[in-house]
Design a protein around this ligand. Structure first.
Ligand SMILES: Cc1cc2nc3c(=O)[nH]c(=O)nc-3n(C[C@H](O)[C@H](O)[C@H](O)COP(=O)(O)OP(=O)(O)OC[C@H]3O[C@@H](n4cnc5c(N)ncnc54)[C@H](O)[C@@H]3O)c2cc1C
Length: 560
C-alpha cells in the first residue's frame, strides 16, 4: 500500500497546478494515465483569458462570461475565475511561461469568441503546450512524486469519506491501493464519447465516471460544446485564434454568412451560435459538398499566419493538404468541450468528503450552458490552484480517514468480476463494436441540434449497449501495457456518462447555450433556470434541479 497526504489524479494543467499549490503545505503525488506533458492541455492553441488590457476590466470579463453561459453559470464562481485571472497569469509568467509580447514588452492578448476585448494571453498558437511544460518543470523542481501510466480505477470510500484510490499500473500490470487524506480529480473531459471530436484519445471522462460510481453528484452534463472550426473529415481543431486574428467563414456563395446570425460579433460570436450557423448553412444547401464551409485566412498574409498561427498552418497543411495562406480551409463543427462534470464549490470540494475536482472534469460552474474560448485554460489554473490549497489544508487539519480491508476487498472483487466477463471468442461482440456504436449514436442523435424523438432513440440504444457491455470482459488476458484492457475500462466510463448526457438532454425541454432542442427552441427561465444534478441510482441516473447563483446580472435575452 502506498500513502500520500494529497493525491492528484491527472497531469494536465489543472492537475499540475493543483499539485504545485498543495506542495506548499503538504506532501503530494500525481497519478496520471498519460505522461503529464502528453495531456490534452498541451493541444490548446488559443490562449488564457484574463482582463489585463487598459480598456478591459474584470467586471467586463465577468459580464461576458455570464452572458456567454446563457445565464446558467454560477456568478459567484465566475467572479472568482475572472478576479483571480490576472494574478495567476503573472504567477505563470514568474514561473517562466514565454507569453507572446507586444513591442513595449507587455503581454500580448488576442480576441476570442464572445469577448468584449482582446483578452486571451497566448504563446503563438502553442499556449497550452508552453504552460504545461513550464508547470511540469516546476513539479520536477519541487521533487513531486509522479506515477505515470497509472490508471485511477476506483475511489475507495468508507463511511461516505474518500480514503484513497485503487489504481492500475499499466507497465507492471498490477493493482495498487493508494491511501490519501485528500484526492483531487483533474482528469479532463469526455470528448471521446463522440465520433466527431477535437479531443485526444485519452479524453474518456474517467474521473467523472469514477466519481459518479462512488456517489458524487454530476451537474449540467447535457451541455456539450461543439467547436465550429475543425478540419473537415479528421476533426483536428483549428483554433478560434484563427478567427481571433481576423479569419472569415464563407459559404459556397463566398458570403460571410455570420452576418445573418450575429451581425455585430460576426465570426467571433460564441461557439454555440457559430456552430449552429454552420450547420444551418450546410443544411440549407450552402455548404460545400453538403458537408462543410470554408475558413478563409488568405487575406491575413503569409507572414502574419507564420508568426501568429504557425500550428494552424501546419495542421491545415498536414491534415487537409491546404496552406491557409493560399486557399481557404474546409471546416465542420465537432464535439470539443465538456461543460458538465463533477459538481464542486469554488474550492473544488465535491459532494463526497475527501474528494476535490478541478479543470474540465469539474463543474463549478463557470461556463454554464456554453463556454467562451480562453476561459477553460484559465479555469484549469485558477481552480487547480484553489483545489490544491484546499486539499493541503484538509491534509494538515483532518485525521487520516479509516480504510478497512473490507472496503479494499470490495473494490478488488469488482475488478475481478470485470475481468471474468466473457471474451469475444465466447460472445459475438466486442468492446470495439460497442464503442463504435456508442460514439456514432452520440454524434448523430445527441449533437448540435437535438429533438425529443432522437434523444429517446439514443437513450434506448445506450441502454442496449450498457447491457451488452455488462456481460463482456476485456478482450485480452492481463499483461503489461495492455491497451485493450484500458480501452475496455474507458468504454465503460463513456457509457455511464453518455447515458447521463442523453437523459439530461431529453429531460431539459428548452434551448439554452449549447443545448438546442428543435422541439423546444426557446430558453425557458421559468422552468429551466436551474442546474441539472445527476446521482447514480439503481437503474441509471436520478436527476434533480439545483439553484443557479445569480449575484449581479439578471438573465436577459442573449444577442450578438
Ligand atoms: C484541441 C484543443 C484546443 C483547446 N484550446 C483551448 C484554448 O485555446 N483555450 C481554452 O481556454 N481552452 C482550450 N481547450 C480546452 C482546454 O484545453 C481543456 O479544457 C483543458 O486543457 C483541460 O485541462 P485538464 O487539466 O482539466 O485536463 P487534461 O489536460 O485533459 O488532462 C487530463 C489528465 O488526466 C489524466 N487522466 C485521465 N484519466 C485518468 C485515469 N483514469 N487515471 C489517471 N489519470 C487520468 C490524463 O493522463 C491527463 O494527464 C482546448 C481543448 C482542445 C481539445
Amino acid at each position: 500500500m502506498l500513502i500520500h497526504e494529497v493525491l492528484v489524479v491527472g497531469g494536465g494543467l489543472a492537475g499540475l497546478m493543483a499539485a504545485l499549490a498543495a506542495s506548499e503545505k503538504a506532501e503530494v503525488a500525481v497519478l496520471t494515465k498519460l505522461y503529464p506533458t502528453r495531456s490534452h492541455s498541451g493541444a490548446a492553441q488559443g490562449g488564457f483569458n484574463s482582463a489585463l488590457g487598459a480598456d478591459d476590466s474584470i467586471e467586463a470579463h465577468i459580464y461576458d462570461t455570464v452572458k456567454g453561459s446563457d445565464y446558467l453559470g454560477d456568478q459567484d464562481a465566475i467572479e472568482v475565475l475572472c478576479s483571480d485571472g490576472p494574478e495567476v497569469i503573472f504567477e505563470l509568467e514568474r514561473m517562466g511561461v514565454p507569453w507572446t509580447r507586444n513591442a513595449d514588452g507587455s503581454i500580448a492578448q488576442r480576441a476570442l469568441g464572445g469577448a468584449g476585448f482582446p483578452r486571451a494571453c497566448f504563446a503563438a498558437d502553442f499556449s497550452g503546450h508552453v504552460v504545461l511544460h513550464t508547470l511540469y518543470e516546476q513539479v520536477l523542481k519541487r521533487g513531486i512524486k509522479i506515477y505515470p501510466e497509472w490508471h485511477l480505477v476506483e475511489l475507495l470510500v468508507e463511511g461516505g469519506q474518500v480514503a484513497g484510490v485503487l489504481a492500475y499500473d499499466l507497465s507492471r500490470a498490477s493493482l495498487e491501493v493508494i491511501r490519501a487524506k485528500a484526492v483531487i480529480l483533474a482528469t479532463g473531459g469526455y470528448g471521446r464519447a463522440f465520433a466527431k471530436t477535437t479531443n485526444a484519445h485519452a479524453n474518456t471522462g474517467d474521473g467523472m465516471a469514477v466519481a459518479y460510481r462512488a456517489g458524487a453528484v454530476l451537474s449540467d452534463m447535457e451541455f456539450v460544446q461543439f467547436h465550429p472550426t475543425t478540419l473537415y473529415g479528421t476533426n483536428v481543431l483549428i483554433s478560434e485564434a484563427a478567427r481571433g486574428e481576423g479569419g472569415y467563414l464563407r459559404n459556397i456563395n463566398g458570403e460571410r454568412f455570420m452576418a445573418g446570425y450575429a451581425p455585430s460579433k460576426m465570426e467571433l460570436a460564441p461557439r454555440d451560435v457559430v456552430s449552429r450557423a454552420i450547420f444551418r448553412e450546410i443544411k440549407e444547401g450552402r455548404g460545400f459538398a453538403g458537408q462543410y464551409v470554408h475558413l478563409d485566412l488568405t487575406h491575413l498574409g503569409e507572414t502574419m499566419i507564420k508568426e501568429r498561427l504557425p500550428q494552424v498552418r501546419d495542421l491545415s497543411i498536414r491534415y487537409a493538404g491546404v496552406d491557409p495562406a493560399k486557399a481557404p480551409v474546409p471546416v465542420e463543427p465537432a464535439q470539443h468541450y465538456s461543460m458538465g462534470g463533477v459538481r464542486t464549490d469554488v474550492w473544488g470540494m465535491t459532494s463526497l468528503p475527501g474528494l476535490l475536482a478541478a479543470g474540465e472534469v469539474a463543474n463549478v460552474s463557470v461556463h454554464g450552458a456554453n463556454r467562451l474560448g480562453g476561459n477553460s485554460l484559465l479555469e484549469t489554473v485558477v481552480f487547480g490552484r484553489r483545489a490544491g490549497h484546499k486539499a493541503a489544508q484538509l491534509a494538515k487539519n483532518e485525521p487520516w480517514p479509516a480504510l478497512s480491508q473490507t472496503t479494499v476487498n470490495r473494490s478488488l472483487d469488482s475488478w475481478s468480476s470485470m475481468l471474468a466477463g466473457e471474451r469475444k471468442s465466447v460472445r459475438n461482440d466486442s468492446t470495439f463494436l460497442i464503442r463504435q456504436e456508442l460514439t456514432g449514436t452520440m454524434t448523430s442523435l445527441v449533437g448540435v441540434f437535438r429533438v425529443g424523438s432522437e434523444l429517446e432513440e439514443a437513450v434506448n440504444k445506450l441502454t442496449e449497449l450498457k447491457e451488452r457491455y455488462r456481460k463482456l470482459g476485456p478482450p485480452e488476458e492481463i499483461h503489461p501495457f495492455n491497451y485493450a484492457l484500458v480501452d475496455h475500462l474507458e468504454t465503460g466510463y463513456l457509457l455511464d456518462l453518455s447515458e447521463v448526457i442523453a437523459r439530461g438532454a431529453l429531460r431539459r425541454t428548452e434551448s439554452r447555450g449549447a443545448h438546442y432542442r428543435l422541439d423546444y427552441p426557446s430558453r425557458d427561465d421559468q422552468r429551466w433556470l436551474c442546474h441539472t444534478f445527476a446521482c447514480r441510482g439503481k437503474d441509471g441516473p436520478e436527476f434533480t434541479d439545483g439553484p443557479v447563483k445569480i449575484t449581479r446580472y439578471q438573465p436577459q435575452e442573449r444577442g450578438y
